[in-house]
Structures are given as C-alpha cells and as structure tokens.
Design a binder for this molecule. Structure first.
Ligand SMILES: *Cc1c(COP(=O)(O)O)cnc(C)c1O
Length: 398
C-alpha cells in the first residue's frame, strides 16, 4: 500500500551534491530574509526553537509572554527555557490563531511580550497585535515556523514582529536551521553574542540529518521507507530518555554551514513548492468543507498551508489511528514524534508551573478534535483518497 506521507523534505541526490560541493554564501540567505521581512538584521540559527530562545534572551527582560495554547510544545519551550512565564490566551473561532481582544484584557505589569504563532499557516491578526503591543509597550515576537509564504492583509508574515523567527525546514525544505530577524541592532548583537557561546552542531548530527532528509524524500519506495522507520525508532527511543525542558540546551547549537548551503542551493525551487502546496491546501479545504468537516478559515489572510488542520465532532485520537491504518499519515499537533495525540499543555508537567490561563473556551472546543492531514506530497488523487477514507471512517455521523 502506498503511504500518503505527512511530510517530505524534497531533498534529492542533486540537492545533496549542490549542498556539499557548492559554497553558497550566508549573505545570500540573509538578503533573502531581509527582503522578505523588511528587517535590517538577520541571524542564521540552528532551528526556529533556538531563534525563539535567542529572541527572549536578547530582549534582556523577564516576565509574562502572551501566546496561544493551540500549538506543539517546541513552539513554547523557548519561553520557559529562557526564564519566562506563559499566559495562555484563547484562540479565535475562525482561523484558530490567538484572539487579540483577550490579550488586552489580561495584560499586567509583568507582561513583556506577545508570541504570535501562525498556526496551520494562517497568520495571526498582526495589525491588532501590533497595536496592542505598542499601546502596552510589549515586544511582539512572530513565530513564523508555520507561516513562511503567508500574508495578512497583503503583508508577508515576519514583517510585523519586533523579532521574527523562521525555520529552514518545514516550508523551506532544508536539512536544518532557523532564522532570527529584527530591526533592533542592540538585540541582534546580543543574540549573536549569546549564540557564539553555543557549541557547533556536530558532524555526526549533520550527517544524520542529511541521511534522514534523503530517506524521507524517497519513502514512496518501500525498502527506503523501511530503513527510514528503523532510524526513526532508534532516534525516538533516544529522545524519550531526556527531559525536553531541562535539556533544552541540546538544541542550542551554532548552525552547520551545510544547513545554510542546502537552503541556498534551492532558494529558486522553494517558492515553487510553496505555491504548489497553497493550491493543494485550498482545494483540500474546499473539498472537506463541502463534506462538513470543520476547517480553519480567514477573510483577512491567506494561509501558507504549511500544516493542514481540521476537526470533526469525534476525538481525534482514534480517527488519526484509522487514517494511519488506511495509509494516510495524519497526526494530532506534534510532528516530530508522530504523536497520535498531544495532551493539552496545561496538563503537561513540563508546563504546569510556568503557565497562567483563564477562559479558553474556543481552544477547549477545538483541541481534542484536531487532526493534521498530510499535504506536502499531495496531488489530486491523494486528496481524493483522503476524502474517501475520512468519509468511510466517520460514516454518516456528519
Ligand atoms: C516546528 C515549529 C517550531 C520549531 O521549528 P524548528 O526549526 O524545528 O525548531 C516552532 N514553532 C512552531 C509553531 C512550529 O510549528
């Protein structure tokens, strides 16, 4: 049975050769992000999570950060790891991103920042968040890991934030890396100085990531898929043995030059892949909403569809398992461990001592029922299959 893959880095042998043999300058990548975000200072990091960590360290204050609970752990661990508290504000009913009006009501003396997370590729309501941040002297940090290529009121994600952070994997199809951008020279220098203390990414890790990207890109061939799964299992067992929060520093490495080369050598191709995914995302959204599945939508923004979330009335756990059995690699919120279901972060022992929250009505309604469908390698026939299988599994309950 051919699997419909959740994600593919689209990393082929030619990409490998270009990555290893062509020396692409870091400056080219920095210029790309300068133009995209309109920011002066760009720092390449080893991941988006390390960029976010540097953002909180660079601003030189500690306190409460307002953000939304509908996301994966990795988007929020940098806030805690840098010594801050999280205030969970509710999401909006339409696009499932943070609701700005709930932030204004919950700001206190201790509030220092807002972390806008562009969930499922839908940009947060950035004009409103900008206004609130300015009115209350808060720093606006944009987590663009799921929002590269998305627009809010015609403005690209990353342009509104005081600091904006990107990943070079996900939409950018790299083998690793992240980006920190800002117009604030002082913060940039501070972030750069802190990063200089991190150790460099080990060669073993870089080689592992290259192998993983290659295997992952050719998983439609069964022997490749088999090796990929073995590697994944080994890696997962290794990861279970450490505590993500107390060992957050293992993520804080200096980026490998190969990460930069891999993205630089493919910058032209990336826009094409992003465009393709948007078209497929929109047609999947259309087809599912015709079937009565609830999808996020927005009238003021266009999603990059880096991830595709939908909900049904049923708890997602069993549905996701059934989708997986039918050859569709769906999951709940977290990608890395292919988790069927991510417990609410408010119950997660890593978070409980570091969070504040009050009314989370819309979030409560959505969280348990969320399903993330594969989009990356989809074509029309995959979309047909996803729709057919969903219909079979849920039957005529909706
Ligand atoms: C994936 C993701 C991250 C982390 O990106 P890495 O480059 O893997 O560290 C951060 N925030 C969000 C919203 C994400 O989806």
């Amino acid at each position: 049975m051919q699997m419909i893959q959740y994600y593919s880095p689209h990393f082929g042998v030619i990409d490998l050769l270009k990555t290893v043999f062509f020396r692409n300058s870091e400056e080219k990548l920095c210029d790309y992000f300068r133009i995209l975000t309109g920011k002066k200072y760009v720092l390449i990091t080893s991941s988006c999570r390390s960029a976010l960590y540097l953002a909180y360290k660079a601003i030189g204050k500690k306190g409460i950060v307002h953000t939304s609970p509908l996301t994966c752990k990795i988007a929020l661990l940098p806030i805690i790891a840098s010594g801050n508290q999280i205030y969970f504000n509710d999401i909006k009913n339409d696009d499932w991103t943070i609701n700005p009006s709930t932030i204004s009501l919950t700001i206190s003396e201790e509030s220092i920042a807002i972390q806008a997370i562009h969930f499922g590729g839908f940009p947060c309501d950035m004009p409103s968040l900008r206004e609130i941040a300015d009115a209350h002297n808060l720093i606006l940090i944009e987590d663009c890991a799921q929002g590269f290529g998305a627009f809010n009121s015609g403005i690209a994600t990353g342009r509104f934030g005081d600091i904006s952070c990107f990943t070079l994997t996900k939409n950018l199809y790299g083998i690793g890396g992240g980006v920190f951008v800002t117009n604030n020279e002082e913060w940039y220098i501070h972030a750069k100085n802190i990063q200089s203390i991190f150790k460099r990414e080990t060669n073993i890790k870089v080689i592992y990531r290259i192998i993983q990207a290659l295997l992952s890109s050719f998983r439609k061939y069964e022997p490749v898929n088999c090796i990929y799964n073995i590697l994944k299992k080994v890696n997962r067992n290794k990861h279970q043995s450490y505590d993500l929060y107390y060992n957050f520093s293992i993520f804080l490495t200096k980026p490998s030059k190969l990460y930069i080369s891999s993205v630089c050598s493919r910058l032209n191709k990336i826009q094409e892949l992003v465009n393709k995914r948007k078209i497929i995302g929109m047609s999947l959204a259309q087809a599912l909403s015709n079937l009565g599945v609830v999808i996020s939508y927005s009238t003021s923004s266009s999603s990059s569809y880096t991830k595709f979330f939908c909900t049904t009335q049923n708890k997602s756990k069993n549905l996701i398992q059934s989708l997986n059995k039918a050859g569709i690699e769906a999951m709940h919120l977290e990608h890395k461990d292919k988790a069927y279901y991510q417990e609410k972060l408010i119950y997660d022992p890593l978070f409980t001592n570091h969070i504040i929250y009050k009314d989370l009505d819309f979030y409560d309604k959505i969280h348990d029922n969320l399903i993330s469908l594969p989009l990356n390698d989809c074509d029309v026939s995959s979309i047909d299959k996803i729709i057919r299988v969903l219909k079979d599994i849920i039957g005529n309950k909706w």
